[in-house]
Write a protein that binds this ligand. Sequence first.
Ligand SMILES: [Cu+2]
Length: 374
Amino acid sequence: MKLTHGERSTAQPAATASRTVKRVGLVAALGLATLVMTGCGPRETLRFGWPTGVTPEAEAMGHLWTWAVIASLIVGFLVWMAIFYAITFFRHRDGEDSFPRQTAYNMPVELTLITLPFLAIAVLFYFTVVVENKVEKKTDDPAVVVDVTAFQWNWKFGYDKVRQDNGTYKVYAVKDGSPFALQAQREAEHGHPLPLPAGGRSDNVRDYLRFSKIETLGTPSEIPILVLPEGKRIEFNLAAADVVHSFWVPEFLYKRDVMPFPKQNHTDPRFQIEKITRTGAFVGRCAEMCGTYHAMMNFEIRVVSDQDFKSYLQWREKGLTNAGALEAICQVPTSVTTVPFETRRKTGGDTPKHLGDTWRPVLQNCTKRAIGAS
Ligand SMILES: [Cu+2]
């Protein structure tokens, strides 16, 4: 059809509409194909990118996220529909010069449009507070209390106390007078003063640092592994010996700043998790840029059965190293989730592609050693 200037084809709107329908169909098909081809099942899809956690808190946050996204999509859909309705049925038509009928100051409409968003915010706020309370919940009787000490640039883990089967606590914390008693002991051994653990600052202000009879210390050549029991409430008591660090276990879906001077900084250094739902190895990291070797502040959480955890502690009490006690319960004695950072920054250092089985980091053909056996 030949069109002269100023003429409009009647066939044009129909062609545009069918093209739009085709495009929308293509986008929908592409979206569906992306979901199907990336291997996302219905559960994965409904998680909307939220990772799978290993604590009930992580699960609760996942549910909140799922429902918040669904609610947002519903609201988004209604808004898009309203926009498409308006641009379809209230288009400017040829020959119309005046504004369409205006509806400003229509009280019922305006009240509805103010009330609905506030209701949506109130509902989101309510469920956020419920989940937040669950995540931040603390009880007086955690099964294990762990001290986490972050320092430039590694971690030290110590068992503060562990609940026994009869309900009492076995205390491993060293509390003989000053927490710097160990320092005094080391100085006596060396025969001269050593720098204080807190960079030479007065021990009067660093007395929040905690020490334990059973500790695991990370070094440039060894990733510290924190061994914990499956299915038990665990309390983490965080403290930094120097600058601000951050304790982050991605699979807990939780991280928390590790502060020096928690009291003076008005921070609560403690948090708890209800339980870890499965055994295995989980990587942990420092999530606060804390200096040159921040990147080497990795650690591993090794979750074992309650029985193995008891044996592990007994082996540690007998003087075995962390690696030795892990081997005694047939666990791989070194980290399977991460490797020590190369401090000399040489080139060509290969990072192993596959360190080990993080779901089952156990030694093959291994018999657990009985306590008392040499
Ligand atoms: Cu750090």
